[in-house]
Structure formats: structure tokens, C-alpha cells
Design a protein around this ligand. Structure first.
Ligand code: CDP
Ligand code: MG
Length: 131
């Protein structure tokens, strides 16, 4: 059993797509373990996205991710990390395939509805940060 951190971002919440994200992960057979609605402080946002601190889009990303409430969740299941990443789809809307969450609902790289941990270390770190 593997655990991962998934977050419905502010645009997903605003567009009322939190239920859609949950539905897709549940139908894949993953288990919702914990959930919490909160608005990120700039400090928490910077910590969460620390790996991108030097990137040109960082300031924009922090402003966006703090712009409204998010749904922070822990999901579990066999291969939970790889499966959620697959269901989420590619960051670039031109490469995100139809059938993935981003492929079906996102048309920009920044406002792309959902975050999912990209590996076991990130999952552990992000779960600790939010729960
Ligand atoms: O979210 P994911 O792990 O798929 O992508 P990432 O490369 O780790 O980037 C994290 C987040 O930064 C993305 O989901 C976007 O919201 C944002 N981003 C951006 O605004 N502009 C970029 N050129 C790349 C990423
Ligand atoms: Mg990432």
C-alpha cells in the first residue's frame, strides 16, 4: 500500500471540479484517507513548491496557488503515486491526453486543476506539510 498527496488547486475548486477529481481517483480503486480544505499561506506555498524556487514562473505560481481555497488530500492504494500521476496527466495542456484530468479540463500550464506527488519522497514530505 502506497500513500500520496493530491491537491485540487484554486481553479479546480472555483470551477466546482473537486468532486470530479475525487470520482476519478475513486473509480480507479484508490482510497481517500484524509481531506482538508484550506487556503495556502505564501510560506506554505513556497515550502510546498520549494523545488521550483529558481524558476521564472515561481512568483506567479505562488500567487495563483494562494488565490483561493484548495482541497488537500491523502490517497492510498497499490501504486498510488504512479496511478494518480497518470490520471492527472501532463503539465503542458498541449501534451495532456484526453481522458486525463488536465487533458479534459485544463488549457493553461499554471492553472491546471490538480497537484499530485511525483515520487515517494515528495509524497512523504507533502503529506507531512499538510497533515
Ligand atoms: O504539477 P506537475 O508536477 O505536473 O508539474 P511541475 O513541473 O512540478 O510544476 C508544478 C506546477 O507549477 C505546475 O503544476 C504548474 O501549476 C506550475 N508551472 C507553471 O506555472 N509554469 C510552468 N512553466 C511550469 C509549471
Ligand atoms: Mg511536480
Amino acid at each position: 500500500m502506497e500513500r500520496t498527496f493530491v491537491m485540487v488547486k484554486p481553479d479546480g475548486m472555483q470551477r466546482k471540479l473537486a468532486g470530479e477529481v475525487i470520482r476519478r481517483l475513486e473509480r480507479k480503486g484508490l482510497n481517500l484517507e484524509m481531506a482538508r480544505v484550506l487556503q495556502l499561506s505564501p510560506q506554505l506555498a513556497q515550502e510546498h513548491y520549494a523545488e521550483h524556487r529558481e524558476k521564472p514562473f515561481f512568483a506567479n505560481l505562488i500567487t495563483y496557488i494562494c488565490s483561493g481555497p484548495v482541497l488537500a488530500m491523502v490517497w492510498s492504494g497499490k501504486d498510488a503515486i504512479a496511478l494518480t500521476r497518470m490520471l492527472v496527466g501532463h503539465r503542458d495542456p498541449r501534451q495532456a491526453l484526453p481522458g486525463t484530468i488536465r487533458g479534459d479540463y485544463a488549457n493553461t500550464t499554471t492553472e491546471n486543476l490538480v497537484h499530485a506527488s511525483d515520487g515517494p519522497q515528495a509524497a512523504q514530505r507533502e503529506i507531512q506539510l499538510f497533515f
